[in-house]
Design a binder for this molecule. Sequence first.
Ligand code: DAH
Length: 355
Amino acid sequence: MDSSEIAARLETVEAEARSAVEAAQTVAAVAQLRTRYLGRSGVLRGFTGMIAGLASGEEKAAAGQSINSAKMRLEETLCAREAELGRAAIEGDAGAARPRAGFDFSLPGTRPRVGRRHPVYATMEAICETFGRMGFGVEVGPEIETGFNNFEALNIPMEHPSRDAFDTFYLQGGLLLRSHTSPVQIRVMTRQKPPVRIVVPGKVFRPDAPDASHSPMFHQVEGLMVDEGVSFADLKGVLTVFARDFYGPNVRMRFRPSYFPFTEPSAEVDITCLLCNKTGQVHVPGCPVCKYSGWVEILGAGMVHPRVLEGVGYDAEKYTGFAFGMGVERVAMLKYEIDDIRLFTENNMAFLEQF
Ligand code: DAH
């Protein structure tokens, strides 16, 4: 007897075992086959006994190896058949109260983990929905933009100091990551005549070092309405409806004169700080969110600059419009009293599961 003869015999036994396993119809029958082939006094144990009679160390090693791998293959086959029969028993039992062999009905079930929307996306959706009820449609644009749409078409010339405020990451070939959602105004107006009434949710990018209130990537919702006779009063009305809808009836809003190249006049809009000024009356000094002022900025806005309208081929004598851009993280942080913007991107389940 040598190792190759052992291997040949093993092959026969293995084939026979395999077909027996395939033919088994219950988990218990598979267990019996396991004992018969792999058990203490099983068939394969008999092969191990033959090793001692082999001539050389090499022969012994070779035989040992083929016995071991046959054992492993057989164990795999047994397990697979067991799983198959177990599954079939469960499926066959679906709806039936009678337990079957191979499935323990007293085991606790596995609770599926239910996902949920990320707070930033839920907020973005809620914002769009509020404006949707006021007749605004939703548009989106690409995160990779041309310098023209991100700057020039919005009346931000190359040498203008305000360009710094909208600085971004530059790609090859004159492209860049958009630093605000405002370029989507240009895209939509270029392909569509007035009236325009849209909101634009999306990601924007700025080369800012991350800290509690800055992130190199964040989200904005842009708004744009252009038609005959649109006025600053319409802007105030629409934003007031938004603020009350989103933050509740007690929130107050204020417009501060500001500057954006693509609007004239321009304003920054604050709401009463929801952390320390909930009633709209009192302001608790020392609040970290509003820095002692009782007010927090949530967006920039204004009347679309005539140069922007003319640039897209609109008649600026006939049409006027307002636009605004709000920071989604900022809006969500105020609503849910979140004090660090980095929490949104850390995949911390304890944080995310609260929303
Ligand atoms: N794009 C501005 C920013 O990212 C926000 C903004 C201000 C958008 C005024 C507008 C606007 O549409 O009219 O800071």
